[in-house]
Design a protein. Structure first.
Length: 286
């Protein structure tokens, strides 16, 4: 990659996970919590989670990888993007870091990945957090169509950030520049456009887990959604909360798609309380 890790906070540690050289952040000590970012243009683990990782790292070991196709993780030329590849990379990362079980946090696209990983490898997940999550079937929104259809320009990125947030002032020009600059790195737009080409409804369907499988999830789950989300419909989280028996749902008013950015302090409190609950529970075999 062309950026200098000494000056770019998005570049952190590196490990080969299931054959893919993966950039990941690893902060703090204690119970491991893995954070999976969304699929917006210019996304990276650091861009997605930078406001909450330092606070949560005072209480947990927080690990946030760039999934293949995004950020500073390598993009193999022959890779076929899909849930099998992403779940394989996630499990490979856990294996390389010697993490037999983690709490798993998924944002949007990352929620679909977290769901799939939990269903396929239930013993590797202790507690599950889904935020503005994909993973159930829904009709493509104009907002998501715009996100996946992005072509690089500073003005287009400004418009997308207006779409992502309830109050644009909470985001600012720094994130606009960070996300825009990320989209013009060599190879980024080619990988991004290859993942979700039109017609885009098929990618929503491909990332959805079966409702029977979701209903069978035995884990405790925290489901979060911004009430004013224009990218992923609130109905997704209502449906997930109705399917997962041991779930709790928090809907945040005056909040768009980025709960962890727009309501960072509240997100940290909800996350920390939920994860600490698990320490008080007697472990139950899955």
């Amino acid at each position: 990659m062309s950026s200098n890790p000494e000056t770019n906070p998005e570049i952190a540690k590196s490990v080969v996970a299931n054959g893919v050289r993966t950039n990941y952040h690893d902060l703090g000590q204690g119970r491991p919590v893995v954070f999976i970012h969304g699929s917006g243009p210019g996304v990276s683990a650091w861009a997605n989670w930078r406001l909450v990782l330092p606070s949560l790292a005072t209480q947990f070991r927080v690990i946030a990888p760039d999934m293949v196709g995004f950020g500073f993780t390598d993009r193999p030329a022959d890779i076929q993007y899909g849930m099998d590849v992403w779940v394989g990379q996630l499990l490979g990362l856990m294996d390389e870091l010697d993490l037999p079980q983690v709490d798993l946090v998924g944002n949007s696209f990352g929620g679909a990945l977290a769901l799939a990983a939990t269903i396929r490898h239930p013993r590797r997940v202790r507690r599950l957090v889904l935020m503005g999550s994909v993973g159930v079937r829904f009709e493509l929104t104009p907002g998501l169509d715009a996100v996946w259809g992005y072509t690089p320009s500073l003005e287009a990125m400004r418009k997308l950030l207006d779409l992502f947030t309830y109050d644009r002032k909470l985001v600012g020009d720094e994130l606009t520049q960070m996300r825009y600059q990320a989209t013009i790195r060599p190879g980024f737009q080619e990988a991004f456009s290859a993942m979700f080409p039109a017609p885009r409804q098929r990618w929503i369907d491909a990332m959805a887990s079966s409702e029977d499988d979701i209903r069978a999830i035995p884990h405790q789950a925290l489901v979060l959604h911004g009430r004013e989300d224009r990218v992923i419909p609130l109905q997704n989280s209502l449906r997930l909360a109705s399917l997962i028996a041991r779930s709790q749902l928090h809907v945040l008013g005056q909040c768009g798609h980025w709960t962890q950015i727009e309501h960072a302090d509240r997100f940290v409190r909800l996350m920390a309380d939920f994860l600490r609950e698990g320490d008080l529970e007697e472990l139950r075999p899955l």
